[in-house]
Design a protein. Structure first.
Length: 318
């Protein structure tokens, strides 16, 4: 195996996924192991090591070809030092030197970052952001994360905490976000909050296919809204059109602040909302000082469920 390869590792609260990634961003092999979060830091790191070893077991020749290992982890973390600080979903790690431990275990450079930063970098280098200098990336799913990539380099800010775009307020009197602030875009347009707004309409007496798909109001999830929308349900369309409106308001502020060359949308809700990309672009100038905002391409991300693996591997490319 002569081609340089990298390994990307995606750590979650329940699993560790690893992938072997080639120079064009293709994930050629994958492994997955359970994540231990309620034990020691060393036990949790053993899970990371097992996922990486799973790649080497599949492709023994890759040991000599791998030039580095990138890792996406829940934060807070220090991307400069590669230290996991105190993530709520990973109580096993407090000030844990994940990059240093990985480098010590495998003898190659290691980098650590959060998933949105890393996934944005992967899109800029290998994905939907190819050919653009300044890329704004957002991952819309259970929450809303963002990454800013200038000339294939992640913008970190002073301390590494920049690009928390999901917590930009679009209504200071809006619902309370999980971060503690009122009216963040995440409190309106993330997957659970799309479902919450559909539930409110059903409780108020609206009729919809969503209810029969979910079985009860309390069981309504974003995927039920999406399925009903695909069947032509009017309430589902209204909820998603409202979501598109909120995203338009938010992206208008992003454009006025950054004026990126492209805006890349990933995450579990992205495919669902792609039906509204044209209308978002058309309405963007109404929410910008920049009246050419609608010229900025709004595109789907290349990487879906593998965004964490690809993003982690991309960390070695900057």
């Amino acid at each position: 195996m002569s081609e340089p390869m990298t390994i990307g590792v995606d750590i979650g609260g329940t699993k560790v996924a690893a992938g072997l990634v080639d120079a064009s961003g293709e994930i050629t092999h994958k492994s997955r192991v359970p994540m231990i979060t309620q034990d020691s830091g060393e036990a949790a790191f053993a899970c990371v090591k097992a996922a990486i070893d799973g790649i080497f077991d599949q492709v023994p020749d890759s040991r000599a070809a791998v030039s580095g290992i990138g890792i996406c982890s829940p934060g807070p973390l220090d991307p400069f030092k590669g230290i996991i600080l105190n993530p709520p979903n990973l109580p096993c790690w407090r000030n844990f030197p994940l990059a240093a431990e990985t480098q010590r275990a495998f003898g190659v450079p290691a980098r650590v970052d959060n998933d949105a930063n890393a996934a944005g970098l992967a899109e800029a280098i290998w994905g939907a952001g190819i050919g653009y200098t300044n890329v704004f990336f957002t991952i819309v799913g259970t929450g809303i994360g963002t990454g800013i990539v200038f000339d294939k380099k992640i913008y970190y800010g002073r301390t590494g905490s920049a690009a928390e775009g999901g917590h930009v307020t679009i209504d200071y009197q809006g619902p309370l976000c999980g971060c503690g602030k009122p009216g963040c875009i995440e409190a309106f347009a993330s997957g659970p909050n799309i479902a919450r707004r559909a539930q409110a309409r059903l409780v108020a007496g609206a009729k919809s296919r969503i209810l029969s798909l979910a079985g009860s109001v309390d069981a309504v999830r974003t995927e039920h809204v999406g399925e009903a929308f695909g069947e032509g349900d009017a309430l589902a369309r209204d909820v998603l059109a409202e979501t598109a409106h909120y995203l338009t308001i938010w992206l208008g502020s992003i454009v006025d602040l950054l004026e990126p060359d492209v805006m890349v949308i990933g995450g579990g809700v992205a495919q669902l909302m792609s039906s509204f990309f044209t209308s978002i672009s058309a309405n963007l100038p109404a929410w910008c000082i920049n009246k050419r905002a609608g010229e900025i391409p709004l595109v789907l991300a290349r990487y879906g469920n593998d965004a964490g693996i690809a993003g982690a591997a991309a960390l070695l490319k900057q």
